[in-house]
Design a protein around this ligand. Structure first.
Ligand SMILES: [Zn+2]
Length: 335
């Protein structure tokens, strides 16, 4: 290896180290977002506190990863209670994914903006994924930020034909990408699933019958008060049971908006990869979890976020591989 190559390699490693450190610092802020946004707390107001004793965490104990690993050793300085390993995990995840982004993009051909926007996209994905995992909800503001980042990336990619090679898509593909998965999710989650539940759920059909009976009882001139009360009590019981039911397996509004926002960046082909991978991983997790607990609340967000990350890094390769898989027998026949 000659000196020029060696210098180039050292320079590249130096860039990755800087990107990693930057990534874990942003990751530290993502932790704050993940814990405070669902609770509706301010992101800037007060300093971080211990979840157990409430003691303020000193500034020198807030160095990403290092504080948790070597200084605090996973324990609070004042009460000694465990501090979740989630914090260093999120920091590390954000840092290493930033490095992967800068490895994937050739900054010298794409400029710095596209890798930076891709990094920010990934950070919003991390927040959404963990938020949805914890609370089964996504903060609308984060989804909007994600969409704005991806619109800027799509517009920036426009005049650069060569960036399509780095996984960016044309504006037309961006527009189709925004709808490719979000619209089917919308139909499944808000039309098909409720319709299915309406016709198959016993409680719901029982409630319908009781309401009809109540109407009949009320429409006659001589009202049977005791019967009416009996039906009303029964109806209240069934309605309470319906309320207690876990949400029907399907996609929520958060999933729809997430796939629309991500689709702008991914285009329709990689959006399909993202949804396919996410649903597959989510289904496997769901099956494993079903065996362990009876809790049937299921959030798709974390798994869609993983699917989207897979699509960002390997989407084009998967699309290429799949289209070759499909065309292989045809080319063989014609050869
Ligand atoms: Zn404490």
């Amino acid at each position: 290896m000659d000196n020029v190559m060696l210098m180039g390699l050292i320079g590249q490693i130096a860039v990755y180290i800087v990107v990693f450190i930057f990534g874990i610092c942003i990751g530290s802020f993502l932790n704050v977002c993940i814990f405070r946004l669902p609770a509706g707390e301010s992101l800037t107001k007060k300093n971080s506190h211990c979840m157990t004793c409430g003691a303020e965490i000193k500034r020198y104990d807030l160095i990403p990863i290092i504080s948790w690993l070597f200084v605090l050793k996973g324990k609070c300085r004042s009460c000694g209670e465990k501090i979740s390993g989630r914090y260093p995990l999120v920091e590390f995840l954000n840092g290493i994914l930033y490095v992967f982004v800068f490895m994937k993009f050739d900054m010298f051909s794409t400029g710095a903006m596209l890798p930076i926007l891709t990094c920010l996209f990934i950070s919003t994905l991390i927040v959404i994924g963990f938020e949805d995992y914890d609370t089964q909800e996504m903060t609308v503001g984060v989804l909007i930020v994600m969409a704005v980042i991806n619109v800027i990336a799509a517009v920036l990619a426009l005049p650069q034909i060569n960036v399509i090679r780095w996984g960016m898509v044309s504006l037309k593909e961006s527009l189709i990408g925004a709808a490719a998965i979000s619209v089917p999710f919308l139909l499944i989650g808000f039309v098909l699933t409720p319709l299915f539940a309406l016709f198959t759920d016993e409680d719901r059909s029982a409630a319908r019958k009781l309401r009809k009976r109540l109407k009949e009882l009320n429409s006659v001139s001589v009202k049977d008060k005791r019967e009416i009360q009996k039906v009303e009590t029964e109806l209240a019981r069934v309605e309470a049971e319906i309320k207690e039911q876990p949400p029907v397996f399907g996609f929520g509004m958060g999933d729809v908006v997430l796939m629309a926002a991500a689709g702008i960046y991914l285009g329709w082909k990689r959006s399909i990869v993202a949804a396919g991978a996410g649903i597959l991983i989510g289904a496997v997790y769901g099956l494993i979890q079903k065996k362990r607990s009876s809790e049937s609340q299921f959030a798709f967000g974390p798994w869609l976020a993983i699917g989207i990350a897979i699509a960002i890094f390997f989407g084009n390769e998967i699309v290429d591989w799949y289209s070759k898989l499909l065309t292989f027998p045809i080319t063989e026949m014609t050869a």
